[in-house]
Write a protein of this length. Sequence first.
Lengths: 129, 451
Amino acid sequence: MHLPADLQYTDTHEWVRRHGDGTVTVGITWHAQERLGDLVYVENPQAGKSFKKGQECGVVESVKAAADIYAPISGDVIAVNAELASNPEKINQDAYAAWMFKLRPSDPGEFEQLLDSVAYEKLIAAESA
Amino acid sequence: MPFIPHTEADVGLMLQAIGVSTVEELFDEIPQTLKNIRLDGVPEGLSEMEVLRMMRDRAESDGHYLNFIGAGAYEHHIPAAVWQLATRGEFYSAYTPYQAEASQGTLQGLYEYQTMMCSLTGLDVTNASLYDGASALAEAALMAVRLHKSSRRVLMPATLHPTYRAVVHSIVCNQEIELLEVPYCSETGTILPGALSRFEGQEFAALVVPQPNFFGALEPVHKLSDWAHRRGALVIACVNPVALALLIPPGEWGAAGADIAVGEGQPLGVPLAAGGPYFGFMACKRAHVRQMPGRIVGRTLDAEGRPGFTLTLQAREQHIRRSKATSNICTNQGLAVTAATIHLALLGPEGLKRVACACHNNLSALLDRVTKVPGVSRRFSAPLFHEVVLALSDAPDRVLERMRGQRLLAGAALGEFYPELADCVLVCTTETKTEADLDRYTHSLAAAHSA
């Protein structure tokens, strides 16, 4: 599915999945991987590091471009998907299953600022117009 | 791609197709006030004959000296075949290889170069070269800081080439990177592990280890590498490529090997040429490749399954990563590297080893002779490669001037860079020196030097 309704999104093309324990999982959207092309390298943030909302925390590289990943909300990195180090193409195969990292949010108020799937769909439609 | 010049007739046809009558009309939109800049002070052009005459006259003033100066640029014999081949049109005017399908020859040459440098340094990956040894060292410092992620301090031994230290400082000083000097032992002329103890409590990104160092001496590379690695820092080797034919390569230093190796490639088939162009080499462990600057050539298969070469890992570079690229550098020293590759292929590992041995043996022979001259002594005790620091009891500038009068470039006075060594000169012998040359040097030194 290209745009799961149960996720939240950023205007920099990250998706956010909220869990019952308050933590979130982050990845990049189907749209992002489609525009980038075949991914060859994923540079995840280090576990234990803290980021502010909107701060650069990683990089994904394709054959033709390198794109920064921005923290969708402020928080501490509690886990990183080690699989992507050797198999970055998993993001191309299934962008919503191939998660990048997990955060423990430091400001739940920030969730309001994320986009829902409808708003995100409008955003990418406007971008390609 | 060959260069195809236009005849006047060609130009005329093109102007006609565009719809203008002169080339100048194409620049009409440039304001008149900015055009027609006069070149006052630039003399009239000379004919080819006049230029040749002028250059021949000036070449007379070169004086044909016998050269014993090293200090970062080394006079080695370059087989005639090297530049005979390197100046072939296909190499000499080859364009930058971003279009792989039009550059397979260039790319293969670079791939061979990279392979040879990996072999020499004992490391996994080499780039297609940087501008020179000094800026390569600066790039290595920047790379180590990026890799370390925590500290922005780099330890720089005082035994590193003074110009290298100055260049690294120029390049990193506005990037919030701190360079800390490590003092050398006055007796050995090298960095003793004890000198590092003052840095025990601090965190730093890398320790630079020269081999041989500016004084020609061999550093205790294993102890220094292990010390740095134990403190979570990277090891940057700064090495002479000819010496590597004899010495343990950086990839085998200490328990884990050096992380990055850089140096000046000039000794590999590039003439002294009044200081350049030279080329810097850089190699690193595979794990660090994504932070290595410069071009990297890879071998792969094309769309039809045929083997070929292409620039790879380009997402590190300027044209893709822009301000976050690993460096502002997006080029390499193509022609110098082509010459070096041919030079290395002609010599082979055995030939390079023989050259290194000849350099070293000549230094031993020279030392035997000059230490018998009253007032001349070897300043440091550490083992040497092909350079030595001699202490003179007469003022070095005077001695060098007198020897110059005998057509000898006898060495580099060190007082300018090391005030504590104001009585010393740095002398180099490469394979180019004969026994007769060494005798001549010794006699001249004895005559020029009043004890």
